[in-house]
Design a protein around this ligand. Structure first.
Ligand SMILES: *Cc1c(COP(=O)(O)O)cnc(C)c1O
Length: 715
């Protein structure tokens, strides 16, 4: 591979397995466990130490280990098989896209997101939005879409979470060494490195563009930590969602405006522009500016830009939608609006939103006004978004507001446990992945013998518990304490998982409303229950941090200790372990603030049923047989009343339905057959419909192709 400054840092690799380098630089390995195993098998301890990062691994590994692998016939067999499948993938002429849409030429989809969650070793995501973007890129690659993605490589990433002995969250920022991630400097068609310029108040800021290969898709991430930016500007892209509002508007300018310029410099001519959330919405202004610069009148430019633009809104909480005060907009855009042939007032009117704290320029309003195609991320969220943004469409009723819904999904190969993949390979029929969004195929999970599925699930649970114990031991070592009760968690006990961002609307502490009742339910001798928690609060969200502290301290209390644990540093690795390894996935948001949620989809794909408030995606999936619904589908006047009712409903479910179903009615082999039916129903109903394949098919057919000028949008 050409052009790596860090070439010399690598341990020399024996010729026979030299392509381990190339593989490390194609994030295809992130959704192919057999590719990850090629590194793990060489040195399992180092693989863990380097946090599953093959680039770092190849730098750190002892040459002797590489030579041993290169001389091991079993290893070479696996190596050859992986390389063969990588080559087949990269060279495939027949893909979902070529087969379905061979007539659509000149389609180029550009996808913008502030975060991409691709793997635990690349910490440039904070939560669901980033995971969705990462999954979106992977599936675009799998489906063979003409697709390019743009974002930031945050050198300090999102923070690492540590809890102090009182359970208070500490944020640690570790500087990402670019030599340690699969990034190469992006090159323009003439082979020069790409650095883009964006005007900020009183100065020009430069962003260097890096290329990440994600299967067949190129992901370009910008970095402002370069010469000759001022120290302050070098920090601009340092952290995901760090800094104040000025930092944020600067970041969004670089993302939207700089991102368009980066694609131009790289030679792309996108015909579809997809803004994943409003952070990148300044891109529509840049597209208009390009047209105005070519002599197109502004109004006409808007119509053209709109026809090719797609916008996905994710945030039903009003405060979560970015909006900048007008004086700040003036400071950043005074030299920009003349380039659009607009006056100040005309410019501000493009996205004016009156807030309680004054008039603002609202990114969601901008994105909605400048895109023909826009959606919420579940049916319920679509409805909520139509209500939130109704004011932008005078004269329209809520139902007529043109915001549709495309419900989120998860990338199957990323989140599916290898143990279950083996079963699906055996029972769903060859090539099941070619049509993995087809519900008919998934009915075949009913042919998996109960004891086979049960024993795979038990194995995943034991692995998860081992993982959780390791994490807990590391925590207690770090804070210099011995664990309060050891061993924590038991293999045979019904295990609930609750892992998510600790935003207060997610109500992580709902379960603790009535402590005495909870203790009783967790400690029934014949039907015990244990719960694994994980989650981060935003560094400025003190109420969220209090929730974490509360859960942490409760996990030490008599009656709860040993039954409740809190794992630090919720990330993709923890998410994978928990969604694959627990028995029930718990979700208790305050309805209707969960736009979609995706962790529950990961769980069900792995045969873990959901026990969830009917919020986000769950009302679409729940059928009475594939999990449980907490509380009622209604709105409350008082939050206390809502919390109390939901908590009681949850206790009743746990005590009277879930635990009995898990522990009773075991067959001669100890298999709870009625329980396994729920697991199967969860897989069969959730895996196809809440896959990224189904989701992206909808984006392609309802949005991308029409935006590129093909076909009629299905509304
Ligand atoms: C899947 C996932 C999320 C999003 O899950 P929600 O259901 O939206 O809470 C967030 N963080 C991580 C690490 C994940 O894996």
């Amino acid at each position: 591979m050409a052009r790596l400054e860090q070439d010399i840092l690598f341990t020399p690799i024996p010729e026979r397995i030299a392509r381990l380098r190339e593989l490390a630089y194609n994030l295809w390995w992130t959704w192919h466990p057999e590719a990850q195993d090629l590194y793990r098998q060489i040195d399992p301890d180092l693989w863990e130490l380097d946090y599953h990062n093959p680039v770092e691994f190849l730098r750190d590994v002892r040459q002797r280990k590489l030579e041993e692998a290169a001389a091991n016939p079993t290893y070479l067999q696996r190596y050859d098989a992986v390389m063969k499948s990588l080559d087949a993938y990269m060279g495939a002429k027949k893909t979902w896209y070529t087969q379905r849409h061979s007539d659509a030429a000149d389609v180029q989809i550009a996808y913008f997101s502030a975060e991409f969650g691709l793997h635990e070793s690349l910490p440039i995501y904070s939560g669901g939005l980033g995971i969705l973007s990462g999954d979106h890129v992977k599936e675009a690659s799998d489906m063979g879409l003409p697709f390019v993605a743009v974002g930031f490589i945050y050198p300090q990433g999102y923070f690492r979470q540590r809890l102090d002995p009182s359970g208070w969250q500490q944020a640690e920022y570790n500087k990402l060494n670019f030599a340690d991630v699969p990034a190469i400097p992006a090159l323009d068609p003439d082979g020069r490195e790409v650095v883009v310029e964006v005007e900020l108040p009183g100065r020009t800021i430069y962003a260097k563009v890096y290329k990440f290969q994600v299967g067949r898709v190129n992901l370009y991430l910008m970095d402002t930590d370069i010469h000759p930016n001022s120290p302050q500007d070098r920090e601009l892209s340092a952290r995901l969602y760090g800094g104040d509002q000025e930092m944020r508007i600067s970041q969004e300018l670089v993302l939207g405006v700089g991102g368009v310029r980066a694609l131009r410099r790289l030679g792309y001519r996108p015909t579809v522009w997809h803004m994943n959330e409003g952070h990148s919405a300044f891109l529509v202004l840049e597209l208009c500016r390009e047209l105005v610069n070519q002599g197109v009148p502004f109004e006409e430019a808007v119509q053209q830009v709109k026809a090719h633009s797609v916008f996905t809104t994710h945030t039903p909480v009003p405060a979560g939608n970015d909006a900048f005060p007008l004086p700040m907009m003036e400071k950043f855009f005074w030299s920009y609006w003349p380039q659009l042939n607009l006056t100040r007032d005309e410019f501000m009117a493009l996205a004016l939103q009156e807030q309680q704290w004054g008039p603002t320029f609202a990114m969601t309003a901008l994105a909605l006004r400048f895109s023909e195609y826009h959606n919420g991320v579940s049916k319920l969220h679509g409805h909520v978004a139509r209500g939130m943004w109704q004011w932008l469409y005078p004269g329209k009723s809520q139902d007529e507001v043109p915001i549709s819904a495309i419900t989120n999904g998860v990338h199957t190969a990323t989140w599916l446990a290898p143990e279950l993949r083996a079963l699906y390979d055996a029972y769903l029929g060859k090539n099941w992945e070619d049509n993995l969004d087809d519900p008919k195929i998934w009915r075949k999970v009913y042919q998996i013998p109960d004891e086979v599925l049960w024993s795979a699930r038990q194995k995943l649970k034991r692995q998860m518990i081992a993982f959780a114990r390791q994490r807990l031991q590391a925590h207690y070592r770090f804070v210099g304490q011995s664990a309060p009760i050891w061993p924590v968690l038991e293999d045979h006990v019904l295990t609930l998982g609750f892992a998510r961002r600790f935003a207060t609307y997610k109500r992580a502490t709902l379960l603790f409303k009535d402590l005495e009742r909870l203790k009783y339910i967790l400690n029934r001798p014949d039907k015990p229950i244990q719960i694994v928690f994980a989650g981060k609060a935003h560094p400025r969200d003190d109420p969220g941090k209090h929730f974490i502290q509360q859960v942490y301290q409760l996990s030490m209390q008599p009656g709860l200790a040993g039954r409740i644990v809190f794992l630090e540093e919720y990330d993709i690795a923890v998410g994978r372990a928990l969604t694959q390894g627990v028995d029930v996935w718990l979700n208790t948001p305050r309805r209707p603030y969960e736009a979609s949620g995706t962790s529950g989809m990961k769980a069900s794909l792995n045969g873990v049923p959901n026990c969830s408030v009917l919020d986000g995606w769950w009302p679409e999936a729940y059928n009475g047989k594939n999990g449980w619904a907490v509380g009622e589908e209604r709105e409350y006047i008082s939050q206390d009343e809502q919390d109390w009712n939901d908590a009681q409903a949850l206790y009743n479910l746990l005590e009277h339905e879930i635990a009995p179903r898990y522990y009773e009615g075991r067959d001669a082999n100890g298999v709870p057959t009625a329980w396994v039916q729920i697991c199967k129903e969860a897989i069969a109903t959730v895996a196809p419909t809440f896959s990224l394949r189904r989701m992206l098919t909808e984006y392609v057919e309802q949005f991308y192709l029409p935006a590129a000028g093909y076909g009629v949008p299905v509304k």
